[in-house]
Design a protein around this ligand. Structure first.
Ligand SMILES: [Zn+2]
Length: 505
């Protein structure tokens, strides 16, 4: 059977040339790379190197100093076309693959091939028909054709460009949609891998789509069946949704989540069924099972011990400014509160360290931070009241998003939703503390989060009383929110609360 595939350009998400250094069979390459289509590349020699021009992701693997070749050329994939690769292989495009060309832009080409290639056998070929990328493949057997017979066949099918690929025992072809796998008896030295665009779900109201199309989790196109949702908070305080999505939208990004939430926007950053990269690099993690999102931590989270970066001379920014304020409040003059750690700040810090009995090293590391944060009202202590509005807004967005995803994928929020640290405890995520290092400072646990998601799914609104109690808990006035949310108080407790409240003003 002669297998053909015609792929419209707008269905192509990405393409790459896979150099099969490990001489893997096709099924292993499909397993490793997860493409939608794979097809044998060009001829190779006994030295396991291609014999015709080949450039893979900016790297010229093979070129010809004497001849120009028609070749499949592309940068990302949707831009693929057939163009001439000049002598020497110089091409502005990131990928090309040439071989024995049969038709170039409607013109027959002198098909040049060795005697060993000429017989009737299985074949692979690539080209264009009606503006679609065209593939053909068939193994050795009754359908065997010579190169010229296959060109005649392609012409009859209306192909306007046709390049013969490798053939015989080395015909390897895979089509996920059509469930076709032709595995050659020999591996191919190189293959063309193609990923197609997936149908995107309609996003829920309040979600802005900003897919990270350059991130490997997007371009690889691997998918999951969501079995749960993993909640994260960023380890980069002060970086909000759009900036984080921007920084992860590169081919070299090491991580990816499905959504990012801050106080003003919920971004969808991957297709919901894409395999994310949020739970570490080991095998068997929640990457293969869980949807994921990040809650952006505000600037103030830099003051949490888990997020603290030691400050020393030459550093600049928000945290330095807080250090300068704290030194000044303690009577050490940092010579300006400007967010720039200069000699004045260094001298003030050393004097302060000496008086506090700390190591005098001019560096505000964990021990110095802990000591400086100990003062009531310290500028270096995380103050939940300062951040409560942000927290409430981000929490609300995170709950709404999780409720939507639970509804869409039939997940029970009480059992399927967990945070990164809970995932680590279960052995399905790397060792990170989020969100357990942050939520409790606002009187919230993951159990509260799950309950809020469940309530949101049931259409229950969070009551005014709950919101007020949360606000007071965040300000440190209430330490048992459930009691106050119950609404049945003793007079003594109300009295105690009023006194606490008055004292805080
Ligand atoms: Zn995390």
């Amino acid at each position: 059977m002669i297998i053909t595939k015609y792929i419209p350009m707008d269905r192509i998400r990405s393409m790459k040339i896979y150099i099969n250094q490990d001489k893997l069979p096709l099924s292993a390459i499909v397993e490793r790379e997860g493409p939608d289509l794979a097809i044998t590349g060009n001829f190779y020699g006994p030295d396991w190197k291609p014999v015709c021009p080949l450039k893979a992701d900016r790297q010229v693997v093979e070129c010809d100093p004497d001849y120009a070749y028609p070749a499949l050329c592309w940068d990302e994939g949707p831009d693929v076309g057939v163009a001439i690769v000049p002598k020497g292989g110089m091409s502005p495009q990131r990928n090309y693959i040439a071989n024995c060309a049969g038709i170039y832009h409607g013109q027959d080409q002198p098909m040049i091939f060795g005697a060993d290639v000429g017989g009737r056998r299985g074949r692979a070929g690539w080209g264009f028909r009606d503006g679609t990328l065209a593939l053909v493949a068939f193994p050795d057997g009754a359908d065997g054709m010579t190169p010229l017979e296959l060109r005649a066949w392609a012409k009859a099918q209306g192909w306007t460009d046709f390049i013969l690929g490798d053939g015989g025992r080395k015909v390897n072809y895979y089509d996920r949609e059509a469930r076709i796998l032709i595995e050659g008896r020999d591996p191919s030295q190189n293959l063309i891998l193609i990923w197609l665009k997936k149908e995107e779900e309609t996003p829920m109201e309040g979600i802005t789509q900003r897919l990270m199309t350059k991130n490997p989790c997007y371009t690889r196109g691997r998918t999951i069946t969501p079995k749960g949702i993993m909640v994260h908070s960023t380890a980069t305080p002060g970086v909000m949704s759009r900036a984080l999505a921007q920084s992860w939208d590169t081919p070299t990004a090491k991580a990816a989540v499905h959504a990012i939430v801050d106080d003003t926007v919920t971004l969808q950053t991957l297709p919901w069924t894409a395999r994310g990269g949020h739970a570490g690099s080991q095998a068997g993690t929640a990457n293969g099972t869980h949807l994921s999102f990040e809650i952006c931590e505000p600037q103030e989270c830099r003051l949490l011990p888990e997020e603290w970066d030691p400050l020393k001379r030459g550093d600049t920014g928000w945290a330095v400014e807080r250090l300068q304020k704290e030194l000044a409040a303690r009577g050490y003059d940092p010579k300006g509160i400007d967010g720039s750690f200069g000699p004045g700040c260094d001298a003030a810090l050393r004097a302060c360290q000496k008086d506090l009995g700390l190591e005098v090293d001019g560096s505000c590391g964990p021990a110095t931070l802990a000591a400086l944060a100990g003062r009531w009202g310290s500028y270096l202590a995380y103050n939940p009241a300062e951040v409560q509005d942000y927290f409430d807004a981000a929490w609300g967005r995170a709950v709404a998003l999780t409720a939507y995803l639970c509804q869409t994928y039939g997940l029970d929020p009480m059992t399927a939703v967990l945070d990164h640290s809970e995932g680590h405890a279960l052995g399905i995520a790397s060792n990170h503390a989020d969100v357990g290092h942050w939520f409790p400072l606002h009187g919230k646990s993951m159990d509260d989060f799950r309950a809020a998601v469940k309530a949101a799914m049931a259409g229950e609104d969070v009551s005014e009383l709950d919101t007020a109690v949360d606000k007071l808990a965040g300000a440190g006035l209430i330490d048992s929110p459930d009691y106050w949310k119950g609404g049945d108080y003793s007079a003594d407790n109300v009295k105690a609360l009023l006194i606490k409240w008055a004292a805080s003003i």
